[in-house]
Design a protein around this ligand. Structure first.
Ligand code: ATP
Ligand code: MG
Length: 915
């Protein structure tokens, strides 16, 4: 790595600094505090964010808001730049140039990403950078002062053997992982021999199952052929059987049909025989039947005559009754009319009585109301009278003249008197108020007068012989006169004040008593208005009472009238009662006449009945002529018996007639049945022929069925065994597969176990090689003589009085002088710096064949005396072991050694670089 450019913006004391670095020695000079070390810190901050501040904010120049550090460098022929910028946060980015003249391209951003990228590009970390490359001010002897462990670690890093240590460390978890895997595998290991034996057995079992399976398949095939054959014959035979059975069934049914037809034939023949017998019976009954109507007519006429005679009797009775009722009406007519007249008069009188009674009831209510009303009026009147006398008393009590009070007689008078009195009192109150105000005003004037006297009186006491008003000189007498005058005036005014105050008190008291009176009169005036209204109301009620009295005056007249009418009604009622019987008889007779109807009508009905009776007598005569067995004196019972006998015969005759009507239909039925019987016999012959022609043989059929069942059974037995064998074979195959997999797995685990175990041994071996005491030690020991050689060479350049320098295994330095050997704790401070620098340069020299290109030294000459400084400077000047050295120094001598001289100065707190 070679640094090419550094840009610092607001980085500590640098406001805007750009420095270009070249190969060779760059010397940075300047006064204390100029900002030299800051330049190296800028490089360190850009590369690894390493700085001496407590926090990054300390790096931002005072008063600046943001900060930027940009570092350009080359590595492996490529050019890079790192930019660290702080605004609110710190951002980091790294860029790479695509070619020498090309542009920078962004590689990555972010703290972690940039740190990783730098580590990859440079192959160093911040530790290595701080220990081998950047030797900070005052830290030059640190390398020799480190503890053995730190030193070993650092040397390891410098020699690049820390990666072996890392590998040694990293191998441990790897080995642990494999050891875990090994114990897991151990758990999985098992013996596969037993499994293999079992597998062979199962394979044999599977083969025998397969053989039996083949055998069964052959058997099934054979039995199947036989099954096919027999089922063919079975099918043929079943077809024949079906035909045979169908014909047999046909025969049975046809024979049934024939027997039913013959049955029907017999039944119809029987019915026909019955019809012939019935025809004979009809002929016998016919002559009786013709007589029935004659007998019925006879019976009807006899009954009708009887009924008509009954009616004739009833009508005659009615006519007699009508005559009797007419007589009654004529006898009672006069009394009946009298009754009606009295009755009408009574109802009129009743109406009058009712209206008078109503009027009397109204008056009774009025009388009751009048009592209540009177009481109310009395109460109101008392209340008003009381108020009136109280009001007059009140007026008198409050000072109204007795004569005026005595003269008050009505409400208008009392109202006017009260209002006048109120006005009078109000005027009085106003006058008294005015008096009080005027008295108070007087008091104010008297008080002012006192004040006007008090001041000159006071001045007269303090100042001698001067008039307090005009300031003219006065003698003692005049002064005394003035004092007396002022004192008298004060006294007079004080007296007047107290007199007036007494007057005000009396006036106020007086006024208050009038005000009290005014309030009482005001209340009274309000009450008078209220009672005046009550009085008016009372007047209107008295008027209403008078009206009631007027109404009640007619009461006596009405009750006398009512008495007269009641008497009249009683007389009329006794008159009516004496005619009551005749009235009732008349009404009954009249009602009976209305029910009985007219005599003319009844006479007409009698004529009609006689005509009808005549007609029936002549028809009876005609019937007797027709039948010699009938006569007018035949008893009713006998007549009934004969009619009943004839009716029975007639019914029989009609039934037989109905029965005989079906004769033709029976004849037709018989013919049709006979025809069907013929056809049925023919059909039976045909079926019998067909049955005789059938080839179906029951014995043969049963044999076929037996054989078919036997083959079926055999087929099923073989098939069942075959499926069982197939199932077992399937199970065995799965079992064999499982076993095979298990055996394979066991073999695989064993193989894996062996591999992992070998691998662990190998890793342990490698780890022991990588250990501190392994290759690390070897490498350290191999490099040690070379480092020791270079260190010694650099150390010799300082021309100390030491003859030799050695490095032990722990890289502890020992020097040998005339006094013998000295360890680091024994040498002087300057000697220690020289030794430490020589060791650093020695290590750097040993490693420089590629790894390190540059070194940053901050004040390396410090603590050295002049001649040593000179020697170091010469040493550095002549050194060409590194392509680039950047040295910060105060030594002007070193400026001569510089290939590039960088001067730093600080103006107004800001560092500037002069190249
Ligand atoms: N944040 C900051 N802003 C401004 N100035 C700062 C800031 N931090 C440090 N400085 C100043 O920067 C100056 C430079 O210090 P630096 O260590 O670079 O000086 P130097 O040139 O190495 O001096 P010496 O020869 O004494 O070692 C100091 O004076 C310090 O006060
Ligand atoms: Mg410094």
């Amino acid at each position: 790595m070679i640094f090419t450019k550094l840009k610092l913006i607001n980085f500590k004391s640098h406001e805007n600094t750009i420095i270009k670095f070249d190969k060779g020695i760059s010397v940075i000079v300047g006064e204390n505090g100029a900002g030299k070390s800051t330049i190296l810190e800028g490089i360190s901050f850009a590369l690894f964010k390493q700085h001496t501040g407590k926090k990054i904010d300390d790096l931002v120049r005072n008063n600046a808001q943001s900060m930027l550090v940009e570092l350009g460098f080359t590595s492996n022929g490529r050019q890079y730049k790192i930019i660290r910028e702080k605004k609110s946060n710190l951002t980091s980015s790294i860029y790479k140039k695509t070619s020498a003249d090309g542009d920078y391209v962004h590689i990555c951003s972010g703290d972690k990403e940039v740190a990783n990228e730098i580590r990859q590009i440079l192959d160093i970390d911040s530790d290595l950078f701080l220990n081998a490359i950047y030797i900070r001010q005052g830290e030059i002897s640190e390398l020799v002062d480190k503890t053995p462990a730190e030193k070993k670690k650092l040397i390891g890093k410098l020699l690049g053997i820390d990666s072996l240590e890392k590998a040694w460390n990293n191998l441990l978890p790897l080995i642990t992982d494999y050891e875990n895997e090994l114990s897991e595998l151990k758990g999985k290991l098992y013996n596969s021999d037993e499994l293999k034996e079992n597998l062979e057995k199962k394979k044999d079992e599977l083969n025998s199952l397969k053989e039996r399976g083949h055998e069964l398949e052959k058997n099934i095939e054979e039995v199947n052929e036989l099954r096919d054959e027999i089922s063919e014959s079975k099918r043929n035979m079943e077809r024949e059987k079906e035909i045979y059975e169908a014909q047999s069934n046909n025969l049975i049914s046809e024979e049934k049909t024939l027997s039913k037809l013959e049955n029907d034939k017999r039944t119809v023949q029987d019915d026909l025989d019955k019809i012939n017998n019935a025809e004979e019976e009809i002929e016998r009954l016919e002559k009786y039947v013709s007589k029935l109507d004659t007998y019925l007519d006879f019976e009807k006429s006899v009954t009708s005559i009887q009924n008509l005679k009954e009616k004739e009797k009833e009508i005659n009775e009615k006519i007699d009754s009508i005559n009797r009722q007419k007589e009654i009406i004529a006898d009672n007519k006069e009394n009946y009319n009298k009754f009606l007249v009295s009755d009408e008069e009574i109802s009129k009188l009743d109406e009058q009585k009712l209206s008078l009674e109503k009027e009397l009831a109204t008056m009774a209510k009025l009388e009751k109301d009048k009592k209540d009303f009177l009481k109310q009026i009395e109460d109101e009147r008392n209340d008003i009278d009381n108020f009136f006398s109280r009001a007059k008393e009140k007026l008198h009590d409050n000072g109204l003249d007795q004569d005026i009070v005595a003269g008050i007689d009505n409400f208008t008078q009392i109202e006017n008197a009260t209002n006048d009195f109120l006005d009078e009192t109000s005027t009085k109150i106003k006058d008294l108020g005015k008096d009080i105000i005027s008295k108070n005003e007087d008091i104010v004037v008297f008080k002012q007068n006192i004040k006007a006297c008090e001041r000159p009186l006071e001045e007269l006491g303090e100042i001698d012989n001067k008039c307090p008003v005009c300031q003219s000189d006065i003698d003692e007498n005049k002064k005394k006169e003035l004092v007396d005058q002022y004192s008298n005036d004060i006294e007079t005014n004080k007296r007047l004040i107290s007199e007036n105050e007494e007057a005000v008190r009396l006036l106020t008291k007086n006024k208050e008593s009038f005000e009290e009176k005014y309030d009482i009169l005001l209340d009274l005036s309000k009450n008078i208005i209220e009672y005046k209204q009550k009085f008016n109301h009372l007047q209107s009620e008295i008027y209403k009472l008078n009206e009631i009295d007027e109404k009640l005056e007619s009461k006596e007249y009405i009750s006398n009238k009512l008495g007269e009418i009641i008497l009249l009604i009683a007389n009329k009622k006794s008159e009516r009662e004496s005619c009551q019987e005749s009235y009732d008889l008349y009404n009954q007779a009249q009602g009976a006449l209305e029910v009985l109807g007219s005599v003319t009508e009844l006479q007409y009905q009698l004529n009609q009945i006689n005509n009808e009776i005549d007609n029936h007598v002549s028809s009876i005569k005609w019937v007797i002529e027709q039948d010699p067995h009938l006569s007018g004196d035949i008893s009713e019972e006998e007549l009934q018996d004969r009619i009943n006998d004839l009716k029975q015969k007639n019914e029989e005759f009609n039934q037989l007639k109905g029965f005989v009507k079906n004769k033709q239909s029976y004849l037709t039925q018989l013919d049709s049945i006979k025809e069907d019987i013929g056809m049925s016999i023919n059909q039976i012959d045909i079926i019998k022929n067909k049955i005789n022609a059938s080839v179906y043989d029951e014995e043969k059929y049963e044999q076929i069925i037996y054989r078919s069942d036997m083959y079926e059974r055999r087929y099923n037995t073989f098939n069942n065994e075959l499926s069982e064998i197939k199932g077992r074979a399937r199970e065995t195959i799965v079992y064999v597969k499982d076993l095979t997999e298990k055996i394979e797995k066991a073999d695989k685990f064993q193989q894996e176990y062996n591999d992992v175990s070998d691998y662990i041994n190998l890793l342990n071996h490698i780890r022991s090689l990588y250990s501190k005491n392994g290759i690390q030690k070897d490498l350290r020991n191999i490099s040690r003589p070379l480092i020791q050689k270079y260190t010694k060479e650099f150390f010799n350049e300082f021309n100390f009085n030491y003859s030799d320098l050695t490095l032990d295994e722990e890289y502890d330095v020992t020097v040998y002088g005339p006094e013998g050997k000295s360890s680091m704790s024994m040498v002087s401070g300057g000697e220690k710096i020289a030794i430490a620098l020589a060791l650093r340069l020695g290590i750097t020299q040993a490693m420089s064949n590629g790894e390190l290109d540059t070194i940053l030294l901050d004040e390396p000459t410090i603590h050295l005396d002049n001649s040593r400084k000179h020697e170091l400077i010469n040493l550095l000047k002549e050194m060409s072991l590194l392509p680039q050295m950047i040295i910060v120094t105060h030594e002007a001598q070193l400026e001569n050694a510089a290939d590039n001289l960088i001067k730093v100065e600080k103006v107004n707190g800001i560092s500037n670089v002069i190249v």
